[in-house]
Ligand binder design. Structure first.
Ligand code: ZN
Length: 368
């Protein structure tokens, strides 16, 4: 009786997929690897991913069920896919696509207790790696996240597939990955815990790799630098989240992202683009506390963002016509009681968030 309680009470560190397969043209091997789970797989993918990867399953000996293409990780899609699992009884779930599709596939597998294989088709997020799914409402606004009990059983990183994605997706992935340093150093930089120290230091290394190689990578898709940056965004960013655990994950940059998803005008921008802007807001909040280092970090980032094409202002996020009332609403959402913004080591008010959001490109000596 107490066994169940004990198991549930133990904190689980989900660091990495059990197996990571990386290379060019490796996706053709996927059906062979699926055979270890049985002979029937359910593929959950987005519209584009279905088209790009359909040929890989044509000559498979396995029964491959293709779920209807999805675009969002919503309760509605999750319920539809759980029903499909009940009907079809697959032995493994394969998620192929961007972050929202992979989050959906991981969560369905978790809920149905099936093995999960992830195939990221863009460099936009580390969702193919992590034991976390973000759920959005039917309108695309962030709703809640779910911690899964393990990272995927297998992850396929095929550079030939990822290189077909729009360039903007990797730029966005860089924005999401570089946030690891700004968020983990502020929430966990003074931790004494070995694994957390390691995670924060890896986040610093990740930031430096991105500073050094991103511009070259974006200019030369499928070059060595491009592959290193894909590895940084898709794999290392996920490893840092796994090693550091929940405390090391998200702080104000993601809280700002989550709030931004509540404005429909931002739905044309990608996750990492909103997060990148959120880092600038977070640094402004730190500057308001008199932190001059935050001001120079922000200016270093502004230069980097301009070089690779990440947004620096509300206007860049499609919010040039935003009203004061909408911004106040955003700031209120960012400061809700359960928001990750409260992982900052100081108290943040909605009026400070508002002031930070409109001053992301302020000169270095500006103070509030
Ligand atoms: Zn993120």
């Amino acid at each position: 009786m107490s066994d169940t309680l004990t198991v549930e009470a133990l904190p689980i560190l989900a660091i990495a997929p059990a197996q990571l397969l990386r290379g060019t043209g490796i996706l053709s091997q996927l059906p062979k690897y699926l055979s270890r789970y049985g002979n029937k797989a359910l593929v959950i993918a987005g519209e584009t991913a279905n088209q790009v990867t359909a040929s890989y399953f044509l000559n498979s000996d396995h029964e491959i069920i293709h779920a209807p293409a999805i675009a969002n990780c919503s309760d509605e899609n999750l319920a539809m896919l759980r029903r499909l699992v009940q009907q079809e009884n697959p032995q493994v779930i394969v998620g192929i696509g961007g972050g929202k599709v992979l989050d959906t596939a991981k969560l369905v597998a978790h809920q149905c207790q099936l093995p999960i294989v992830t195939v990221p088709t863009t460099g936009a997020t580390c969702a193919g790696w992590t034991a976390l799914s973000n759920v959005y409402d039917a309108h695309g606004a962030f709703d809640y996240d779910v911690t899964l009990d393990h990272c995927p059983d297998m992850m396929f990183v095929d550079y030939d597939v990822i290189v077909t994605a729009p360039k903007r997706t990797l730029v966005s992935g860089i924005g999401d990955a570089i946030a690891k340093w700004y968020e983990s150093s502020v929430s966990s930089g003074s931790s004494e815990k070995t694994m957390v120290i390691a995670a924060v230091q890896e986040a610093r290394i990740l930031r430096d790799i991105l500073f050094q190689k991103s511009a070259e990578a974006i200019a030369n898709p499928n070059s060595q630098a491009w592959r290193e940056v894909v590895d940084a965004s898709v794999c290392l960013a996920g490893a840092i989240g796994g090693l550091g655990g929940a405390n090391c994950r998200t702080v104000a940059a993601h809280a700002i992202h989550n709030a931004l998803t509540h404005l429909h005008q931002t739905h044309g921008t990608l996750h990492g683009e909103k997060v990148a802007y959120g880092i600038l807001v977070q640094l402004r909040l730190e500057e308001f506390q008199g932190n001059q280092l935050a001001a120079s970090s922000r200016h270093q980032l502004l230069k980097f963002y301009q070089e690779i094409g990440l947004p620096t202002t509300l206007a860049d996020l499609g919010l040039s016509q935003v009203t004061l009332a909408e911004l106040e609403h955003l700031a209120q959402i960012a400061c809700q009681r359960n928001s990750d913004i409260h992982r900052l080591p100081f108290i943040v008010s909605p009026s400070q968030v508002l002031a930070a959001m409109v001053s992301t490109t302020s000169p270095i000596l500006a103070t509030i």
